[in-house]
Design a protein around this ligand. Structure first.
Ligand code: G3P
Ligand code: CA
Length: 338
């Protein structure tokens, strides 16, 4: 209750100024896939920071992607894991709060958001997790709450005149539910308070956990996406049909669409996009990254070639760490999106 009261206070403070902003889901400019700024523009700035999200918006992303976990006092904050050892300086600031937990059947050692209040986490700063990306901004940016992100979304939408979406993933939802910190209901409550829980709203909800995706479908009519790591029961024709009964789309690993062998050679595309579309599902693969450590060698160092291949295969959107490169490819390089 206290949590919802606090949320309401924040919302009540900012909503009047934002009332004029239209909220309509971005539609891809007819020919190109939606560009989803994965953890912001995380190829350039530490992931899941307001600065990273703002850069993604500046680069033209249709959506910014936020992964959410909970604090001890029930706030929803943006982190890819509830263990924040690799993406913040928490070890230096709270050396005595290191602990070990079993999460999803695995023993994990670190510092966990659910052990910290929002006030405590506000003293922590983000750091870059990928060693070969810039470390210049380490220690400068705070961990945002979902309310901070929604403020950014609305503010930038008003400033730019564009519709900007937020694509929201709940992380470890079963674990958080098991410790009495469910994620889905508070998230939908916040979206309702922001008048974003309505048809055409620029929001997607996503999870790797099918139960969580089903829960969203019971709580809201906002479009929801089932994330998938590999082919399996969900990707048979019958499985896709079942997914379509509770989800708007799938978010497959991109190798489920274009397989890549151990030598980095991209192989013959699968028929997943065609079959998912036949089942009525959107397809939003992840994650497009330009560095040689991530980009399959057979694209010859050209991220544009990868973007164009996936656009040609008909994906409806894609998650990218570098929204600028995706939009450049779609605008300049890919014959099917120009
Ligand atoms: O949510 C799409 C993509 O972000 C899934 O992978 O691990 O980066 O959250 P992950
Ligand atoms: Ca994610």
């Amino acid at each position: 209750m206290l949590r919802l009261l606090l949320i309401s206070c924040v919302v009540g403070f900012v909503l009047p100024a934002l009332a004029a902003e239209p909220a309509t889901a971005p539609q891809a400019a007819q020919k190109r896939p939606l560009v989803i700024g994965h953890r912001g523009a995380s190829g350039y700035l530490p992931e899941h920071t307001i600065e990273s999200y703002a850069l993604a918006i500046e680069q033209g992303a249709d959506y910014i992607e936020a992964d959410l976990v909970a604090t001890r006092d029930g706030y929803l904050v943006a982190r890819h894991e509830n263990n924040i050892a690799d993406t913040t300086d928490v070890a230096r600031r709270f050396p005595d709060r290191k602990t070990t937990k079993v999460i999803n059947g695995k023993s994990v050692e670190g510092w966990f958001t659910e052990d910290f209040t929002l006030d405590e986490l506000s003293t922590v700063r983000a750091v870059e997790r990928v060693p070969f990306r810039s470390q210049t901004y380490n220690g400068r940016f705070v961990i945002p709450t979902i309310a901070n992100i929604l403020v950014l979304r609305a503010t930038k939408a008003r400033e730019t005149g564009r519709t900007i979406g937020v694509y929201i993933e709940v992380k470890n939802p079963a674990y958080f539910r098991s410790i009495n910190r469910p994620l889905e209901e508070p998230l939908v409550s916040i979206l309702k308070a922001w008048a974003l829980d309505r048809p055409g709203s620029p929001i997607f909800l996503e999870s790797f956990d099918a139960d969580s995706v089903k829960r969203f479908s019971a709580l809201t009519t906002l479009p929801n996406i089932l994330l998938l790591e590999a082919a399996g029961p969900f990707t048979t024709d019958a499985g896709l049909k079942a997914v379509a009964s509770y989800a708007k789309g799938i978010g497959p690993a991109k190798t489920m669409i274009v397989p890549v062998n151990a030598a980095g050679q991209a192989g013959t595309p699968t028929d997943l996009v065609t079959r998912a579309h036949r089942a009525g599902l959107l397809v939003h693969p992840y994650t497009f990254r330009p560095e040689a450590q991530f980009l399959p060698a057979s694209y010859g160092g050209s991220a544009a070639r990868e973007y164009c291949q996936f656009a040609g295969l008909g994906v409806d959107g894609l998650f990218t760490d570098t929204p600028d490169l995706a939009l450049k490819a779609f605008g300049e390089s890919c014959p099917m999106t120009r």
